[in-house]
Design a protein around this ligand. Structure first.
Ligand SMILES: NC(=O)c1ccc[n+]([C@@H]2O[C@H](COP(=O)([O-])OP(=O)(O)OC[C@H]3O[C@@H](n4cnc5c(N)ncnc54)[C@H](OP(=O)(O)O)[C@@H]3O)[C@@H](O)[C@H]2O)c1
Length: 236
């Protein structure tokens, strides 16, 4: 059965790997990103099942424009992957040197962006739809040992809360929500250390693990909502 998928942050990194994985599985993919990279454009040229849209998930107008085609197609969504996110290396510092105003933008993109996408395609979230949010272990309040990165951690904790409320609301539709920590990714966001470390993971490997859990979501109890890409449960 061909699935219908939305992926944000599909221009590069984890989002790109997730989009490509679903195309390999024969699915219909609507890919969204702030920048339509050459890589994503080439993928779209090679596959008629991929549609790509430039969009800022921090803007309600931009999201509404980007989802016009998927709404017009009117097909139930199988999986929505909210992958797009931002991070600032300058925030690896204590409160005294943290730019809290920049944190507002981060909150808007990382926490509200996922809900903005879901709200925009609300009629297409039906029985069996799965919303996958790419959160982070940084958003775990129970597991937090950090003394820095206030804004990023808070934005991901807020994303987690949004996911829980959305899950409660979607109960009646038999639709589900799950949040993942994707691992320490070998991407620019992961930083130079990720490329050198044996504890990091490639976006392709993380995507493979996340997609495998997502397409077999019936094997995951509904109350297990926050986990690593390898399926280890994280504390909220
Ligand atoms: N990297 C890690 O080690 C790590 C660890 C834990 C969690 N995560 C989370 O995993 C997700 C993917 O990370 P990644 O390493 O693959 O990141 P990445 O390589 O930086 O890719 C993120 C993608 O999101 C897009 N994006 C950013 N802001 C956007 C916006 N406002 N509207 C639309 N698209 C936007 C970016 O577009 P542009 O290129 O145009 O900016 C980029 O294509 C993120 O949510 C991140 O927080 C990452």
């Amino acid at each position: 059965m061909e699935r219908t998928i939305i992926v944000t942050g599909a221009g590069r990194g984890l989002g790109y790997s997730i989009a490509r994985k679903h195309l390999d599985m024969g699915d219909r993919v609507y890919a969204i990103d702030y920048n339509l990279t050459d890589e994503l454009r080439s993928l779209a040229e090679a596959s008629e099942k991929l549609s790509i849209y430039q969009c800022d998930i921090g803007s309600t107008e931009s999201v509404a424009e980007a989802v016009k085609d998927v709404l017009a197609a009117g097909r139930q969504l199988n999986i929505i992957y909210n992958v797009a996110g931002i991070y600032r290396f300058e925030d690896k510092t204590g409160l005294e040197h943290t730019d809290l105003d920049a944190g507002l933008h981060m909150f808007n993109v990382n926490a509200l962006g996922a809900l903005r996408i879901c709200k925009a395609v609300w009629p297409l979230i039906q029985k069996g739809t799965l919303v996958v949010n790419i959160s982070s272990e940084a958003g775990s309040i129970g597991g937090s040992r950090r003394k820095q990165e206030y804004c990023y951690c808070m934005s991901k904790a807020a994303l987690n809360m949004g996911a829980k409320i959305l899950s409660n609301e979607l109960w009646d539709r038999s639709a589900r929500v799950i949040n993942f920590h994707p691992g320490w990714l070998r991407t620019p966001m992961g930083g130079p250390g990720a490329f050198a470390s044996k504890h990091s993971v490639s976006p392709d490997e993380s995507a493979e693990n996340i997609v495998n859990i997502a397409v077999n979501i019936d094997e995951v109890p509904r109350d297990q909502m926050f986990m690593t890409h390898t399926g280890d449960i994280l504390p909220w």
